[in-house]
Design a protein. Structure first.
Length: 203
């Protein structure tokens, strides 16, 4: 959605069906699907290998690492690209985005972005307290989930309605929200990508 808002015609490719995807969708393997029709490629490889949960469980090695093969494919294409993944993933010189950088968002959600073009992140604001249902927390009962920052994860701590509002997404299930990034992130990066594409075309 963020890339659409930035000005791109979006085609999604995933090996799994995505019935709620709001744009043209092709079920295919992203590692083999032709790239030559694209002006810009956004890649979000599965992140389980590098997730905090895998680190806690010590089983990250059980999940495949798709970042390196995807990077090689994107670099050989000559097309501007970005690779998005969780903090700690082996991205090259990633730019980190956080919900505090975008007015209207109510989720922290740090994500790294490796790009074939320069990206300058907005200022990283101070993290606010996040709504909690954990009675052990000192701020339990002091925040309203309708207005406070919330946690959007597998465990979660708020209603699905508030998780969707916090992320700026109204077309996903809770499980999909848990793995998504706010469209504000992809719109910000998409606008930077479009600027570089236009500069290259002008040159």
């Amino acid at each position: 959605m963020g890339l659409h808002r930035a000005g791109f015609d979006v085609i999604g490719v995933d090996i799994e069906p995505q019935p709620r995807y709001p744009f043209q969708f092709i079920q295919a393997d992203a590692l083999t699907y032709p790239l030559d029709m694209a002006a810009f490629i956004w890649a979000s490889p599965p992140c389980q290998r590098f997730s905090d949960l895998a680190k806690r469980n010590g089983n990250g090695h059980e999940w495949p690492d798709y970042i390196d093969p995807i990077r090689k494919r994107l670099e050989s294409s000559g097309i501007h690209y970005v690779i998005e993944n969780v903090e700690g993933a082996p991205l090259r010189d990633p730019v980190m985005l956080c919900g505090t950088m975008f007015p209207g968002l109510r989720v922290l959600r740090h994500r790294g972005f490796e790009a074939s073009f320069p990206i300058i992140a907005p200022p990283h604001g101070k993290h606010p307290l996040v709504y909690t249902m954990d009675k052990r927390k000192a701020h339990y009962g002091k925040l309203d989930q309708n207005t406070a920052f919330v946690q959007v994860t597998g465990g979660g701590n708020c209603s699905v309605k508030n998780a969707a509002a916090a992320m700026g997404i109204d077309w996903m299930t809770k499980d999909e929200l848990n793995e998504a990034i706010p469209p504000a992130y992809s719109e910000f990066i998409g606008r930077a990508a479009l600027q570089h594409i236009q500069q290259r075309e002008a040159a």
